[in-house]
Design a protein around this ligand. Structure first.
Ligand code: MAN
Length: 348
C-alpha cells in the first residue's frame, strides 16, 4: 500500500547544495530532518553526514575529539581485521566506527519545497566525548515557545538520546544525555497527559528483547521513568528486524497517531502507523499490517544505503501531514499524507 503522495520536485535537497562544515570534508549524505515552523517559515534541521577525502585501497574515518576537533583514522581495506560489510558502521579488530560523521544544519523555506541556508543561524556540531562519532536524526517538538530537540548522540561508548532546548535557534541549552545507550528515535508528545510528559523511544537489546518502541514518562522532560514496551518487531512482516518512532505523535479524535519506521532483515526501511490511546498512550489501539509508505521511487531504492524511507519530521495542517523524509540515506524528500486515510488503514 502506498497512500503517500510524493512531491513531484523530489528529491528536494541533495548533498551538493550544502557547504561542508570544514574544507577537508565532503558531504556524503543528507538525512532525516527534524521539521518545525518558526518566524512564518518552514524549517528543516538536516542531518549532514560528512566523509574525509578517500585514497585508493584505504578507508579514512572521521572522529571528533572531546574539544570538538576533527581527527582522522585510516585503515587498509585489505587488512583482515577490517570489516566493511555494512557501509554505515565499519569494524576493526572488534571496535566499531561510523563511515561518516553527522552534524545538524538549518535550512528554511517560504513554500515548504525550496529550501536554502541562512548562515546567521548556526550549525549544531558534535560537542564532548558522548558525541565523538556525531549527532543524528533530530526530532524537533514544540511546547509553547520552546523547541525541544531530541537527537542521537554517538560515540565509541554507545548511542544515546540527547536533549537541547531553544526558543530562538541561536542560543541552545544542552541538557545532556536523557536516555543512555543503546537508545535512539526519541519522539516527545507535544503536551502533558495528566500531569506528565511522555516520550516514545527505542532502546536496543542484543539478546533477550530487540529493537522495540518503548514509552516513558517525565515530570520535566529531563528525568524519564515508568518505561514500557509498546511495539515489538513482527516475524515475517515488513518490520521484522527493527522499529522506531518518527516525529511527535499527532493528536486525533481516535487517538495519538504515530508514524514510525520498520525495517526487515534486509535493511529495507518502510513507514507504518500506530494509534495510541489518548489518555493512556501506552495502550496500542491499532497498528499497520502493511506499510503506509515503501521505498518504491528510484531515489528511494538506490543511493548511499538503498531501499530506505525514514522520517522524523512533519508538519500538520488540519487533515494534511507534510512528511519530510530521508531517501536511501542520501537525499531529502517530501510527501503528503491524509490523516483520515491513514486512520482508515487502521480500521478507523
Ligand atoms: C545505524 C544507522 C546509521 C547511524 C548509526 C549510529 O547504523 O542508523 O545511519 O549512523 O546507526 O546511530
Amino acid at each position: 500500500m502506498n497512500i503517500a503522495r510524493r512531491f513531484t520536485q523530489n528529491p528536494i535537497l541533495t548533498p551538493d547544495i550544502i557547504t561542508p562544515s570544514v574544507a577537508t570534508m565532503k558531504i556524503a549524505c543528507l538525512l532525516n530532518p527534524g521539521v518545525f515552523r518558526f518566524q512564518g517559515k518552514v524549517w528543516l534541521l538536516l542531518r549532514v553526514a560528512e566523509m574525509p577525502e578517500q585514497t585508493e585501497g584505504k578507508t579514512t574515518l572521521p572522529i571528533y575529539s572531546k574539544q570538538g576537533h576533527l581527527a582522522l583514522v585510516t585503515f587498509n581495506n585489505d587488512d583482515p581485521k577490517f570489516d566493511d560489510s555494512d557501509k554505515r558502521v565499519l569494524g576493526y579488530d572488534g571496535d566499531y566506527y561510523l563511515s561518516t560523521i553527522s552534524h545538524l544544519r538549518l535550512v528554511s523555506s517560504e513554500d515548504g519545497i525550496h529550501f536554502s541556508e541562512d548562515k546567521s543561524y548556526p550549525a549544531l556540531l558534535p560537542l564532548g566525548g558522548q558525541e565523538s562519532f556525531g549527532i543524528e536524526d533530530c526530532r524537533v517538538s514544540q511546547i509553547e515557545n520552546t523547541y525541544y530537540l531530541t537527537y542521537t548522540q554517538v560515540s565509541a561508548t554507545g548511542v544515546g538520546v540527547g536533549l537541547i532546548t531553544t526558543t530562538d535557534w541561536k542560543n541552545f541549552h544542552r541538557k545532556g544525555m536523557i536516555l543512555p545507550a543503546h537508545n535512539k528515535d526519541c519522539a516527545l508528545f507535544e503536551e502533558k497527559i495528566g500531569d506528565k510528559y511522555y516520550a516514545l523511544h527505542r532502546p536496543s537489546s542484543p539478546t533477550i528483547g530487540g529493537n522495540y518502541i518503548w514509552i516513558g514518562q517525565s515530570p520535566d522532560m529531563e528525568h524519564w521513568g515508568h518505561h514500557q514496551c509498546i511495539a515489538t518487531t513482527r516475524k515475517g512482516y515488513w518490520d521484522s528486524a527493527r522499529v522506531g518512532a518518527g516525529a511527535s505523535p499527532i493528536k486525533t479524535e481516535d487517538g495519538w497517531l504515530e508514524i514510525y519506521h520498520g525495517a526487515n532483515e534486509d535493511h529495507r526501511y518502510c513507514l507504518g502507523a500506530l494509534l495510541l490511546d489518548l489518555e493512556d498512550p501506552s495502550i496500542v489501539i491499532a497498528r499497520s499490517e502493511e506499510p503506509i509508505m515503501e521505498p518504491t521511487a528510484e531515489y528511494e531504492k538506490t543511493g548511499f544505503f538503498g531501499n530506505v524511507v525514514f522520517t522524523n519530521g512533519h508538519l500538520v495542517e488540519g487533515d494534511k501531514v507534510t512528511l519530510y523524509y530521508g531517501a536511501s540515506d542520501e537525499v531529502i524528500c517530501g510527501a503528503i499524507l491524509s490523516i483520515r486515510e491513514v486512520l482508515k488503514t487502521l480500521g478507523k
